[in-house]
Design a protein around this ligand. Structure first.
Ligand code: ZN
Length: 136
């Protein structure tokens, strides 16, 4: 049993000053953090879609995309100095910021129902919660 634990710890987990086969540094942590943030957006989108039972892209998806891609851009620029990684993340912030702006505009244009106080999409004529006519 001790030899199995020794094998797992010393040969698989921590081997030749590498943790899980990776030589860690501050920039490696930044890179993996960027990866984790960027990848987590898929779970956020999936969860929102399952919850509404229709395909939706929540605002958090765009924030995670923006923060993750900027983190990975910094990793590419300041650590890797790799043109492929730099180019992959150099311009992705543009649609992310534009999507966040559209989310914000859409949220600001919602119509509050005078009858029940529910906020409704800008194109709504009637409140789906109480059936009252919405004033534009
Ligand atoms: Zn209402």
């Amino acid at each position: 049993m001790d030899s199995i634990i020794h094998f797992i710890w010393h040969d698989l987990i921590w081997h030749n000053d590498k943790f899980l086969g990776v030589a860690w540094s501050v920039w490696k942590v930044v890179g993996w953090l960027g990866n984790a943030i960027f990848f987590s957006r898929f779970f956020v989108q999936w969860y929102a879609t399952e919850k509404k039972k229709q395909v939706v892209i929540p605002q958090a998806f765009w924030w995670l995309s923006l923060i993750g891609s900027i983190t990975l851009l910094c990793y590419g620029l300041f650590y890797l100095h790799d043109s492929v990684v730099i180019f992959a993340y150099a311009f992705t912030w543009i649609p992310y910021i534009r999507s966040l702006m559209i989310h914000r505009q859409h949220k600001a244009a919602r119509i509050t129902c005078a009858g029940c106080g529910q906020k409704n999409p800008p194109q709504s004529n009637f409140c789906p919660n109480c059936g009252g006519k919405l004033a534009k």
